[in-house]
Design a protein around this ligand. Sequence first.
Ligand SMILES: Cc1cc2nc3c(=O)[nH]c(=O)nc-3n(C[C@H](O)[C@H](O)[C@H](O)COP(=O)(O)O)c2cc1C
Length: 354
Amino acid sequence: MAGSGFGTIFRITTWGESHGKALGVVIDGCPAGLALKEADINKYMERRRPNAGKMSTKRKEPDEAEILSGVWDGRTTGTPISIIIRNEDAHSSDYSGLWDVYRPGHADFGFDAKYGFRDARGGGRSSGRETSARVAAGAVALKLLSEIGISVHAEVESIGAYPAKSIEAEELITGLRKEGDSTGSTVFCCASGVPAGLGDPVFEKLDARLSSAIFSIGAVKAVEIGDGCAVSLARGSANNDPFRIKDGKIVTAGNHAGGILGGISNGSEILIRAYFKPTPSISVPQDTVRKDGTETVITVKGRHDPVIGPRAAVVVECMTGLVLADSLLLNMSSRVDRIRSFYGASDSSEDAGQ
Ligand SMILES: Cc1cc2nc3c(=O)[nH]c(=O)nc-3n(C[C@H](O)[C@H](O)[C@H](O)COP(=O)(O)O)c2cc1C
């Protein structure tokens, strides 16, 4: 099964299944000397964890991250950081009766067609629970970014047709819970303090890398940078962000571009919006087929969020952090003058200064 790794220098590999013994991640390429403790990671894990609130599933997932390697005396050692998250509330029985049935809106059918089996205990590798490993890795990336003043924050913005924090959204969730149905949502993410120069101009554009990272989160169906889809209706005179000088620095007035031009960060805030589909597991009866090709009707049991955005916001934040940390490290090899200065070498080329 390919594709469990992500990143170039700050590289992660996630492993484990939703209802297996544990999930985890190995981070390779994190610089040595970063102050890191489990609490730094667990404060992010806490935000992804289902809670007893109106918006979330009643499933209990303790989601405690334990660092197994790569940290000594409170600091990263530069060696692979291995993090484990044990599964403690895996009710496989909720999925009995679904072993040979393809759940609509889930990966089941395609996964079976590809691999010749599927893990029916909650989706296996395709489960939203896999994102707990990304959050653990993202927490480390965000800690690294904070060393140079970069901060990233994401939160759920809308639920169905309503602002996320409204009474209407709350009522919608309460109603959906009763009906056993679900709704879509959006998450908005802002990265501040990102220096100009991250990203590349062709295939590794920063916006391409960010959207690929966010599209890799289950249930994401669209990603916007800056004004996103609205630019197709805009005029150039309104959409361009004029450059100005502020406190001796080049800045933009406005940020329609969402902090990225030509695939490279321009020093403005990076603005991202992710669109999540409704939770596919619903207890409303749905037509489907069994593995043997016979038609049937299913109602999916188990404890599922009626909306994904509230729990997925921290996943968007962490995937953004992983891309930015990797881009930051990649950017350090972009210019010979900076490499010379890092190694204390002088410019010996004949045409220096021309
Ligand atoms: C944080 C998170 C939690 C999720 N929780 C659930 C859930 O409780 N029930 C469910 O049916 N889908 C859940 N999903 C979505 C499914 O994993 C996803 O829709 C499914 O694997 C199909 O993939 P696709 O929607 O990307 O095509 C969750 C996704 C994320 C990111």
